[in-house]
Design a protein around this ligand. Structure first.
Ligand code: SF4
Length: 61
């Protein structure tokens, strides 16, 4: 699965803490999804990060 982070991200860092293999903070202080599909081993935590985002900024791409 691929993910993307919308502009509504408030930079709380929760997704990066939940799934550092799938998300990182960019130079603007917003989260960004890694390029390409998340490795199967990290799929569960990536999905948890999407479900846990307080502003619903993570979507399946
Ligand atoms: S959890 Fe949501 S609001 Fe927080 S950094 Fe990630 S995408 Fe942004």
């Amino acid at each position: 699965m691929r993910y993307c982070v919308k502009e509504s991200c408030v930079g709380c860092g929760l997704c990066v803490a939940t799934c550092p293999e799938g998300f990182f903070m960019n130079e603007n202080g917003s989260a960004q999804a890694v390029d390409g599909p998340v490795e199967p081993a990290w799929e569960a935590s990536a999905r948890e990060a999407m479900d846990s985002c307080p502003v619903g900024a993570i979507e399946e791409a």
